[in-house]
Design a protein around this ligand. Structure first.
Ligand code: SAH
Length: 246
């Protein structure tokens, strides 16, 4: 499917949050950014897990761009029901699970599992995204594509976090993420948060099933690193004015 068509489809068929909860930092990712993020994952991903799925934007984007089984995990049942009630649900192979990512009810270590996520940026609770990265690692994800709030210390912190969990960040870019005034004390029409896009590849193996899965993936031959310039250098951002893309 052409990217422009996919974008329009996601815009129309993925609901907004019916009852946005501030403490969960519920913002729907713009479709073009969702598609961009999911497209960073290599074709070897056979199952894509979307951590903090909200109303399903990244889960459906994963299905639309990759055509592989995608599972969205969301702690808020209202958001998960909204995701499930999209017309796209019947036309795709995705599922939604209501769960806290810190206690994932999914088995880890399957081969070909990759994670995509737009976790809470930590406006309400600093470092709220850490548990998401840990959950992605706990699943034994071979690749993780993720958004995080940018700050002076964020890049160094993220780099340390990913490396400690056995991941190598192979692609880091920056985009502007539009945050609508959904909540009390939000007065600006749209606030743009500076957000870091990270693609990380698992380089170390854990133990047990994850190790076996990783060894199998290694035997099948790892892909070469997607060496691309950071996103903002390619003129991709999610601001009001859309600029030329690939
Ligand atoms: N992935 C969606 C929503 C991003 S907003 C999109 O890109 O449009 C972040 C989401 O994470 C929210 O839906 C919020 O409810 C969810 N969330 C926050 N903490 C969570 C937790 N501990 N476990 C699972 N989901 C969580």
């Amino acid at each position: 499917m052409r990217a422009s068509r996919a974008r329009v489809m996601l815009e129309q068929l993925i609901p907004q949050f019916p009852r946005p909860r501030r403490e969960l930092e519920q913002y729907r990712t713009p479709p073009e950014l969702a598609l961009e993020l999911v497209s960073l994952l290599p074709r070897s991903c056979r199952i894509i897990v979307d951590l903090g799925a909200g109303t399903g934007m990244l889960t459906y984007a994963a299905w639309v761009t990759r055509g592989v089984y995608a599972v969205g995990v969301e702690v808020d049942p209202v958001a998960a029901v909204a995701a499930h009630s999209s017309r796209l649900y019947r036309e795709s192979i995705v599922d939604f699970v209501v769960a806290d990512v810190s206690r994932l009810p999914l088995r880890g270590g399957l081969s070909g599992v990759c994670a995509v996520q737009n976790p809470p940026f930590g406006f309400v609770r600093r470092g709220a995204d850490r548990v998401f990265v840990e959950a992605a690692a706990g699943l034994g994800s071979q690749w993780v594509a993720s958004l995080h709030l940018y700050s002076d210390n964020a890049l160094a912190f993220l780099e340390r976090l990913y490396r400690r969990l056995g991941y190598e960040p192979v692609h880091v870019g920056r985009v502007r993420f539009p945050i609508p005034p959904l909540y009390p004390r939000h007065f600006k029409r749209i606030h743009y948060a500076s957000v870091v896009v990270v693609l990380a590849r698992r380089v170390e193996v854990g133990n047990g099933a994850a190790a076996a899965a990783s060894a199998a993936a290694g035997a099948a031959g790892q892909e070469s690193l997607p060496r691309r310039p950071p996103l903002h250098h390619r003129g991709v951002h999610s601001g009001r004015r859309r600029v030329r893309r690939r």
